[in-house]
Design a protein around this ligand. Structure first.
Ligand SMILES: [Zn+2]
Length: 189
């Protein structure tokens, strides 16, 4: 598959008129903000975008941005491979903040489905767009598939009779509450 060189900035207005597409790759090392979340900067991001107009004539960008990166496993602190995919992108482009708020006002669907980008002079900073979409698609929890990747941690958990992590907070709160009550009793003495 041949890919075009990655354009860091595009004239979105023109691309939308022409139903232009971008099928390209960009090196992760060019994405400085995204790289901060990663173990290293090796790898490529695949960008497949279609610029178009929707039924109401608004300029939209649709498509997918994907990559595979290495992030630190939160269990053992060793790198693990993570797929980051921003799929079914559907972003509306606006010329100004004013136009963006007008689009938002008219939008009838769920607001969390609405993504608007203001393009100064009709231009889209493609590089930072790609970066933003990837950062938003990062997993909340990063861990090896193998739950036993941190043997030391498993030993600690097995020996401490601790409750499951999900209940941990509640148990912790209960302990705090008890402490408070006991402290108050002490004061009253
Ligand atoms: Zn791990």
């Amino acid at each position: 598959m041949s890919t075009d060189p990655f354009p860091e900035r595009v004239v979105a207005r023109k691309l939308c008129q022409q139903k232009g597409t971008i099928n390209s790759t960009v090196s992760i090392s060019k994405l400085q903000r995204f790289s901060e979340y990663l173990h290293d900067q090796d790898g490529q991001v695949t960008v497949s975008l279609l610029f178009d107009r929707d039924d109401s004539g608004l300029r939209v960008v649709q498509g997918q941005i994907e990559t595979t990166v290495r992030m630190l496993c939160q269990r053992c602190l060793e790198p693990t491979e993570v797929e980051v995919v921003a799929s079914e992108l559907n972003v509306t482009l606006a010329d100004s903040e004013t136009e963006a708020s007008k689009i938002a006002e008219k939008f009838s669907g769920p607001l969390d489905k609405l993504e608007i980008i203001v393009c100064e002079e009709g231009e889209l900073e493609l590089l930072s767009f790609v970066e933003d979409e990837l950062i938003m698609s990062l997993p909340v929890v990063v861990a090896h598939e193998d739950k036993n990747c941190n043997i030391e941690l498993n030993v600690i958990q097995a020996s401490s009779h601790s409750v499951e992590p999900a209940k941990g907070n509640i148990e912790g709160l209960e302990v705090l509450e008890k402490l408070k009550i006991e402290l108050q009793k002490d004061k009253q003495k």
